[in-house]
Design a protein around this ligand. Structure first.
Ligand code: ADP
Ligand code: MG
Length: 597
């Protein structure tokens, strides 16, 4: 071939043929490629070693984003001279001895690779003093070149200093980012370890400046407030369960505090930060209907499980594990979180426009609140609020309600034929009439359908509609589901069907319209969704079609009914797609805005 590009087999000739054993330092450097990606990886490995050594206090000092110095000091069990010499050789560990031990790993480390890897790509100085020892010992290693052990003076515990990471590997050093970016990664590792070990005193400094000083006596929530913000910490609800040898403790963010990615999802398995697609899926499912599909909740999830029930030896940095019974993990987590979320009032608190020093992050919410405030001002110019006792409503309905928020002196009004404003004990709420009614119908439909077929009404004149062969097929395959909905279809000529009966609950929807959409949905999705999901989609569609629309004027009795239904409906604060139905405004917030406090 007449080309200047050397072909693959030409290269191969020059490098194949003679197999050599790599020297130990090369082995360590290759291992370092896997385990030590950047300064943050060093911080993680060293802090984990300190925790395994039983430390109650760990101090991390960084210079220049970890490029110049990473130092981790602890008050753990320490090492004697012999262990200190051995710790930096490859495959040396005190944590496992037999293959049996591999089956139930209770320590964070066990591969015996981290210190050897780190010492092969940097200048290292380690000082350690064992618990019962009179002196400390010190050793220095320069890119795998180990000096001799010498006695020195130091406190109990271990301090390991890493200087000039990758200094003999310009290609890898080039990949390090700015000090700020590297520091961001370090803070993330520090945060994960800090959350998993909230009984430890932890400190992190950068270029001599203290970034975090966390005390082991503070609560987990306090720690979250310090590592993130008090706003995040205050808006968490707790869920806990202890079943089937699995303990789950979760701090769940409210839907209003959701994010656009899963970076605020912290999962810990027996004190180890992990990422896991089954667990992430369970979280997503638990929030289904409470969150829009492209949002992610803030969550701190702590799982305790017998060590024998999973394998940590599947990933070099151990960020992934393999569960032996992933389905059980999934269902336990889903059950625990879902139960809590369903039983909690997750109303969105309104964010009112700040009058001064408004930050970019709240602007969007502020614009929305401003629109609502404008709409209200407009309305108040034209109307006077109606007192509920002035209007007639069906008394039997209200008598059934024992909720105190529906007392006769509650006040409400409809604005723009789309929103309802209702006074509450500590302020007022604005309700999106369509979204709320959609949720109410959805819950009603789900409840009734789980008890059997929906009640239906015969149509005086059957309504017909045309179908394609594929649609006809889909209708036949899903005949049971259609019957369950209380819809009766009969053939009505070639490629035409007629609706003979239609569910009473969906009376507001135009029957042909709904059945056409239902047919489309069954044709498109029936094959790919499991029956439970399909039913859920169908109920969503039904609720949306039959719900009161935006722009629809409601009579007072309809409003009373809607607000009363809200009180008895689960998850009333979100529509089935996860959008809020209700935004609440507190008097104290209003007073603040009007500078009354
Ligand atoms: P691993 O953690 O997988 O055992 P490492 O290379 O990280 O492997 O550490 C090797 C060994 O050095 C550990 O098993 C432990 O005995 C010892 N060691 C490392 N760091 C410390 C420390 N901070 N305090 C006491 N012993 C330590
Ligand atoms: Mg280790």
């Amino acid at each position: 071939m007449a080309t200047g590009i050397p072909q693959r087999n030409e290269y191969n000739k020059s490098i194949m043929g003679q197999i050599k054993v790599l020297d130990q330092n090369m082995v360590n450097m290759i291992a370092a490629g896997e385990v030590i990606e950047r300064p943050a990886s060093v911080v993680k490995e060293l802090m984990e070693n300190s925790i395994d050594a039983g430390a109650t206090k760990i101090t991390v000092s960084i210079e220049d984003g970890g490029r110049k110095l990473i130092s981790v000091g602890d008050n753990g069990c320490g090492m004697d001279a012999e262990d200190l010499a051995r710790a930096f050789e490859s495959h040396t560990t005190s944590k496992i001895r037999t293959t049996e031990d591999l089956r139930a790993i209770s320590t964070l480390g066990f591969r015996g690779e981290a210190l050897a890897s780190i010492a092969s790509v940097a200048q290292v100085r380690a000082i350690s003093r064992a618990k019962d020892s009179l002196t400390a010992n010190c050793v220095e290693i320069d890119c795998g070149d180990k000096g001799s052990i010498s006695p020195c003076s130091a406190d109990y515990g271990t301090t390991i200093q890493i200087r000039d990471l990758f200094y003999r590997l310009p290609a890898r050093r080039k990949f390090l980012r700015t000090a700020n970016t590297e520091m961001g990664h370090i803070v993330e590792q520090f945060t994960r370890i800090g959350l998993a070990n909230n009984k430890l005193d932890l400190m992190l400094t950068h270029n001599g400046r203290e970034l975090y000083r966390l005390s082991g006596s503070e609560s987990l929530r306090q720690r979250i407030a310090e590592l993130f913000s008090s706003e995040i910490s205050e808006n968490l609800v707790e869920a806990e369960s202890d079943e089937k040898q699995m303990h789950i403790f979760a701090l769940l963010g409210t839907p209003g505090a959701s994010r656009t990615s899963n970076v605020f999802q912290y999962l810990f398995l027996n004190g180890r930060f992990i990422r896991d697609k089954f667990i992430s899926h369970a979280i997503k499912e638990a929030y289904r209907g409470s969150l829009e599909p492209d949002r992610f909740p803030v969550i701190f999830l702590f799982i305790q499980l017998p060590y024998e029930d999973y394998d940590v030896n599947v990933h070099p940095t151990k960020i992934e594990v393999r569960f032996y019974n992933a389905n059980l993990i999934h269902s336990q987590i889903l059950g625990c979180l879902r139960e809590k979320l369903l039983g909690t009032d997750l109303q969105t608190a309104a964010r009112l426009p700040a009058t001064t020093g408004q930050s970019a992050g709240v602007r969007e919410g502020a614009a929305r609140s401003q629109k609502i405030a404008d709409a209200m001002a407009e309305f108040f110019k034209k109307h006077k609020p109606i007192k509920e006792q002035q209007i007639a409503y069906s008394v039997e309905r209200i008598e059934n309600l024992n909720d105190k928020r529906s007392t006769p002196d509650s006040k409400f009004l409809q604005i723009h034929d789309s929103f309802i404003i209702e006074q509450t004990d500590d302020g007022f709420v604005i309700v999106d009439q369509h979204a709320l009614h959609e949720r109410i119908l959805y819950e009603d439909l789900s409840r009734r359908i789980s008890a059997g077929k929906l009640e239906s009404q015969r149509l005086l004149i059957p309504e017909s509609f045309e179908v394609t062969d594929a649609q006809l097929d889909a209708l036949r395959t899903n005949a049971n589901l259609i019957e369950l909905l209380g819809i009766e279809l009969v053939p009505f000529g070639p490629k035409t069907m007629a609706i003979q009966a239609f569910p009473t609950l969906l009376a507001r929807a135009a029957s042909v319209d709904f059945v056409r959409d239902l047919t489309d949905l069954l044709t498109d999705k029936a094959g790919e969704l499991d029956p439970e999901r399909l039913l859920d989609e169908v109920l969503n569609l039904a609720a949306c079609k039959a719900a009161i629309k935006a722009g629809q004027k409601l009579s007072n009795s309809e409003i009373v009914q809607l607000l009363a239904d809200r009180q008895r409906t689960e998850c009333a604060s979100r529509c089935p797609h996860g959008r809020p139905t209700t935004i609440k405004f507190s008097i104290s917030e209003l007073e603040k805005q009007f500078k009354r406090t």
